[in-house]
Design a protein around this ligand. Structure first.
Ligand code: DMJ
Length: 475
């Protein structure tokens, strides 16, 4: 077991790390903060958003996603569930494209049907489609969007009918047949913002209760030292992979523990969060103290804070890897008011980005090596930059965001839209544009630079797909 530092010692250390990293490693970012022209950047971001949206429309309108290199389309389940239009709709409204948004909304309400004999992945459909319908409903008051969300919610409910209450991975939208007994905390625990909101807006409490139970059942299976693993069998409740981390397959479980309290004021969630996050800090945090080493760009590497991997039962370190998905964590810590850790970790993530001018999917923070080199247009690091800017108003986050946006456009733009990267080292592109590019990445870039009044982060909670849910339940 890793010995725990006393709380005060930890605090002093984090403040020290934050001061050092601000003072030495990030001077360039702090200096260029003053040259950020927010108005110009918001206009550029809107132009680039439209470039991607129009590419989707030109080649794949009515399908789920665009493959931007071959200019062909992908439907996740052989038939469309309008993934890109539904995921993008609230971004269209937020970025100010009202006419385009209204046309898209009308198309969705006329053409989207869930009465389909297809087995869908519950988690992806919930965060992208259910979340998208609910936030757009709150923005427009269009009851047809709420009716679609309610219909979808009803069709998804059979996922929870396992012996443990933990949801199966997949469900057939027509027959309710479930499949996929081996799941993970992200998929069992990232449902309550959407189902809970649906409960509040329809008055059907069952939605809240089933998704809340799934979150609690996940938490209840934490190890004696308070960590969760990567894979769990929803029929037996036993872990099949005991690696613990804040990365793929676990990440948004932690996000929803905290946000459940922020959105619904559910104090049981707050208690689960407080307990869990303390264990994450104890066993997963890794504080490099190498004040002398230099990184590839020649600048001094100071006081990094990272979160790596440990076994959920022993707490033993099993890997020093992080990556693009983990970059949501500084934003979550900032939402929790833990600004020292949030700032230090954000600096680490930005260093990871700077190694190759765009972030890899998996990165070893001890060796500085890329372990998995893809970049599928992920938003998490931009999300954290935005939340940190909103919570600190420190202009260095604007400078960070500007750098990221410029790199992002340089490496991922294509003639018709945007493409992910196969490899961040070679910058070779891959033939796919995920809907979260329009739902999340561009939205967070835009919100970072847009006037602060565009969205009040005290009044909304973003689901994990960046769909803002208002904390008021008018219907
Ligand atoms: C999105 O679908 C969501 O943000 C999810 O929580 C993680 N993966 C992608 C973006 O990277």
């Amino acid at each position: 077991m890793k010995p725990k530092n006393s709380k005060n010692l930890m605090k002093i250390r984090l403040i020290f790390l934050a001061i050092i990293s601000l003072g030495v490693g990030q001077i360039a970012v702090a200096q260029s903060a003053h040259s950020v022209d927010r108005k110009k950047l918001t206009e550029q971001i809107k132009t680039e958003f439209l470039h991607a949206w129009n590419g989707y429309k030109q080649y794949c309108w009515g399908h789920d996603d665009l493959k931007p290199l071959t200019k062909t389309c992908r439907d996740w389940y052989g038939t469309t569930v309008l993934m890109t239009p539904v995921d993008s709709l609230d971004s269209l409204y937020l970025l100010g494209f009202r006419g385009e948004a209204d046309k898209t909304r009308e198309y969705i309400t006329k053409n989207l049907s869930f009465d389909k004999d297809i087995s869908v992945q519950n988690f992806e459909i919930v965060i992208r489609v259910l979340g998208g319908l609910l936030s757009s409903y709150q923005m427009t008051g269009d009851k047809k969007l709420l009716a679609l969300a309610d219909d979808l919610g009803t069709r998804l409910l059979p996922v929870f009918d396992s012996p443990t209450g933990l949801p199966y991975k997949n469900v057939n939208l027509k027959t309710g047949k479930t499949s996929g007994a081996v799941s993970n905390p992200a998929e069992t625990g990232t449902l309550l913002i959407e189902f809970g909101t649906l409960a509040k807006l329809t008055g059907k409490q069952v939605y809240y209760d089933k998704a809340k139970r799934a979150l609690v059942e996940t938490y209840n299976r934490r190890s004696p030292i308070g960590l969760v693993g990567t894979n769990i069998n929803v029929e037996t409740g036993k872990w099949t992979n005991t690696d613990s981390h804040v990365s793929a397959e676990i990440d948004s479980y932690y996000e929803y523990l905290l946000k459940c309290d922020i959105l619904f004021g559910d104090k049981e969630c707050r208690d689960m969060w407080e307990d869990s996050i303390a264990k994450v800090h104890s066993y997963l945090a890794d504080e490099g103290t190498d004040l002398t080493a230099t990184n590839r760009t020649g600048s001094v590497k100071v006081g990094d804070l990272w979160y790596g991997r440990a076994d959920m039962n022993t707490g033993k370190r099993i890997a020093t890897t992080t990556g693009a998905l983990d970059a949501f964590f500084p934003g979550l810590l900032a939402l929790d008011g833990d600004l020292n850790r949030a700032r230090a970790l954000q600096d680490s993530m930005f260093k990871m980005w700077q190694v190759h001018g765009i972030e890899p999917e998996v990165y070893d923070y001890k060796t500085g090596k890329v372990v998995s080199g893809g970049y599928p247009l992920r938003p998490e690091i931009v999300e954290s930059t935005y939340i940190l800017y909103q919570t600190t108003k420190d202009p260095r986050y604007l400078a960070m965001g500007k750098q990221m946006f410029e790199d992002f456009v340089r490496h991922c733009r294509t003639d018709v839209a945007y493409a992910g990267l196969k490899n961040v080292v070679t910058k070779e592109k891959t033939d796919y544009m995920h809907s979260f590019l329009l739902a999340e990445t561009f939205k967070y870039f835009y919100l970072l630079f847009a006037p602060d009044k565009t969205l009040d982060i005290k009044k909304v909670v973003f689901n994990t797909e960046a769909h803002p849910i208002k904390k008021t339940w008018k219907n």
